[in-house]
Design a binder for this molecule. Structure first.
Ligand code: ADP
Ligand code: MG
Length: 256
């Protein structure tokens, strides 16, 4: 049962080399994600996972030296964050930013108004934000607080999922969405992401360190990243191999 956009979408990253502060972080990165596919990237800290997410969404701190990012065969390299978001790409950030003086409701209403133009309906927006809040077991009062202002780590993560539900992206990037969540919140977030995925048939890229999130969200492809590129790809069984042996054994293997 699809809700909204039935088109197949494809995010394609080709030989991407990215620098930050003059240092190469992504070094010949390749990946393709289609609608209906769940990809997981795992890998040691500092290997460039968050950099990858931020460069896909268009954060200009990260300089694309060479290579390309395509969405539906359109090159994204020179598009703004806003244009990429409107094309249907969403990033749930590892460390969501706090915005002083703008309430969650105002922030989301403005974003949706821009996206939907004359089709934006205030009443249905209010109905939807309340219903998603309830699904996520978020206190409704949070809608009226400054974006992420004074939210706990876990509440910030739920707020990212709230934004995802409202914006209805077709390509979802979730960077360590499980960090800072207690076991109940982890289940709720995992189930809500899975529900969104099933309803919208989106593509998903999950960055995580742990099997526990993957108990709820089943990946089709598991990639191991090191030094700015993918060194090994497998199915879900690769996750238990990593949990058991750590990255080091695998890396020695992948480097051969
Ligand atoms: P991961 O998410 O895999 O842990 P990151 O992508 O956050 O790794 O970071 C990869 C490398 O890039 C690290 O060495 C980090 O210090 C560096 N880096 C990331 N963002 C910035 C930035 N804004 N300024 C300077 N260095 C950065
Ligand atoms: Mg990271």
């Amino acid at each position: 049962m699809s809700n909204g956009d039935d088109t197949m979408h494809k995010l394609r990253i080709e030989n991407l080399v990215v620098e930050v502060d003059g240092e190469v972080i992504l070094n010949g990165f390749n990946l393709e994600i289609k609608s209906g596919e769940i990809h997981t990237i795992m890998g040691p800290n500092g290997t460039g996972k968050s950099t990858l997410c931020k460069v896909i969404i268009g954060d200009d701190t990260y300089k694309v030296v060479s290579g390309s990012i395509y969405f539906d065969d359109k090159e994204l390299n020179n598009l703004s964050v806003d244009e990429r978001a409107r094309a249907g790409i969403f990033l749930g950030m590892q460390l969501p930013t706090e915005i002083e003086g703008v309430t969650n409701a105002d922030f989301m209403r403005t974003a949706l108004h821009l996206k939907e133009g004359d089709n934006f309906k205030l009443m249905s927006f209010i109905r939807e934000i309340k219903s998603v809040c309830a699904e996520l077991k978020m206190d409704e009062e949070m809608i009226h607080r400054g974006v992420n202002k004074g939210f706990s780590g876990g509440e910030k993560k739920k707020n990212e999922i709230l934004q995802m539900y409202l914006l209805k992206p077709s390509m979802v990037l979730l960077d360590e969405i499980d960090s800072g969540l207690d076991v109940d919140s982890l289940r709720i977030v995992g189930e809500e992401v899975m529900k969104y995925y099933k309803t919208h048939e989106c593509g998903v890229l999950l960055i995580t360190h742990y099997q526990r999130l993957l108990d709820y969200i089943k990946p089709d492809f598991v990639h191991v990243m090191r030094n700015g590129k993918i060194i090994k790809t497998g199915d879900a069984s690769l996750v238990s191999e990593i949990e058991k042996n750590g990255y080091e054994n695998l890396l020695a293997d992948g480097d051969k």
